[in-house]
Design a protein around this ligand. Structure first.
Ligand SMILES: *Cc1c(COP(=O)(O)O)cnc(C)c1O
Length: 390
């Protein structure tokens, strides 16, 4: 009946583009947009996402590691790519060769980058990363004057950006945001006094780019909102569309008598004649095992509860209350069916995490299919855009 296991993720590129435009339209036109596509575009598939966003007009891309940047370069992405956390020692040649931009915050990084750039007779574009209150990476404000003073020893390094990262951006009214932005503004003033004129000043992730007026920033770095995840902790933002839709199909149906238990640990025991659907998706696919208690899926536009524990490769669903359920019916784990939707935030709340982790956990075993390429303008054929369908 099937040529393959019917468990798959559909990535709605039209929704991605919609979310991109929503973010773009919230910004002053002179502010550049760096689309964050680290971690395989939060599990959505970095190449297809970056092709779609490059075509939509994203100015730069942001990744966590050199390998992610190379994947994009090999796929023909030619916009600037920024390594948000810097390169690992030994990767500098590769970084220079592929003209990647990088965050910098330690003298040793500058030494290695300078050496690599000089070896190739190239320049390297760097974004000075400031720790304005995240406590993770970055030059501490007190170290900044000395850091800038030393920079003059590195003639091949161009200081093209100054960046920082906000710890409380998902709660826009929190005073830590304004404190961090104050430190950032002071740092930018010092950088300018030291004779640099960085083109890119940036502090904002999705939440901050939607909540804060750009202020002195000339670039924003949204990630989660592009994928339709809610950026704010305290208030939902209307208009973002989910991009990831996670589906399977009913593989088997069985009738169980009262008293019969279901799955490991006998957590579920039938109290009535019960109809159970076996669905070929499990925690190895990213269907988190902690959804077992209280989680649901959508079948024929209705919610149906998970029965017993989610297994590695299978999940059992109590479909007793659904009329006309049949083998091969579509099962929606994430996304919409009719007017019912299950958003990543619903999973996140149930399992004690955030939508980011829900997306990242959908495993590589689940094939991604890309929808929405037909919405490309006629003038931009998929070939011209580097191909949108992967
Ligand atoms: C991941 C990341 C972002 C994107 O954050 P979202 O909350 O997903 O918008 C922005 N900046 C840096 C430095 C990041 O690491």
């Amino acid at each position: 009946m099937y040529a393959h296991r019917p468990t798959e993720v559909e990535i709605d590129l039209a929704a991605l583009r919609h979310n991109y435009l929503l973010l773009r339209q919230a910004l002053p036109p002179q502010v550049a947009l760096l689309a964050v596509v680290k971690a395989d575009a939060y599990g959505h598939g970095a190449v297809a996402v970056a092709r779609c966003l490059q075509q939509a007009g994203a100015d730069l891309f942001g990744v966590a590691i050199v390998e992610e940047a190379l994947e994009l370069r090999q796929a023909g992405i030619d916009r600037p790519i920024l390594l948000l956390g810097g390169a690992w020692p030994g990767q500098e040649d590769c970084l220079v060769q592929h003209q990647l931009q990088t965050a910098v915050f330690e003298m040793a990084q500058l030494e290695r980058l300078q050496a690599a750039a000089a070896r190739r007779g190239r320049r390297c574009a760097c974004h000075l990363k400031l720790d304005s209150g995240m406590g993770r990476l970055g030059v501490q404000p007190a170290e900044l004057p000395a850091f800038l003073e030393e920079w003059h020893r590195f003639p091949a390094l161009d200081l093209v950006g100054v960046m920082t990262h906000l710890a409380m951006a998902d709660l826009p009214a929190h005073p830590h945001n304004s404190a961090q932005l104050r430190h950032f503004a002071e740092a930018v003033a010092l950088v300018r006094q030291a004779g640099f004129s960085p083109r890119y000043l940036h502090a904002a992730n999705s939440a901050a780019s939607l909540a804060q007026p750009a202020g002195l920033c000339t670039l924003v770095r949204p990630g989660i909102a592009l994928y339709g995840g809610q950026p704010f902790e305290d208030q939902p933002l209307a208009g973002l569309q989910p991009v990831m839709h996670f589906h399977s199909r009913i593989a088997h149906l069985r009738e169980l008598p009262p008293g019969h238990s279901v799955s490991y640990g006998q957590l579920f025991v039938a109290r009535r004649p019960t109809r159970i659907a076996a669905v070929p998706v499990g925690y190895a696919d990213g269907f988190n095992r902690r959804l077992s208690a209280g989680g649901a899926v959508l079948i024929r536009g209705q919610r149906a509860p998970i029965a017993g524990r989610i297994c590695m490769d299978w999940t059992l669903i109590d479909v007793t209350d659904l009329a006309d359920v049949q083998v091969n019916d579509r099962v929606t784990l994430l996304g919409c069916d009719g007017d019912q939707c299950i958003r990543a935030e619903e999973w996140a709340e149930r399992i004690g995490t955030i939508a980011y982790e829900v997306f990242c956990q959908v495993s590589k075993r689940v094939p991604r299919h890309y929808l929405g390429q037909t919405l490309l303008p006629a003038a931009e054929s998929p070939a011209a855009a580097g191909g949108v369908v992967s």
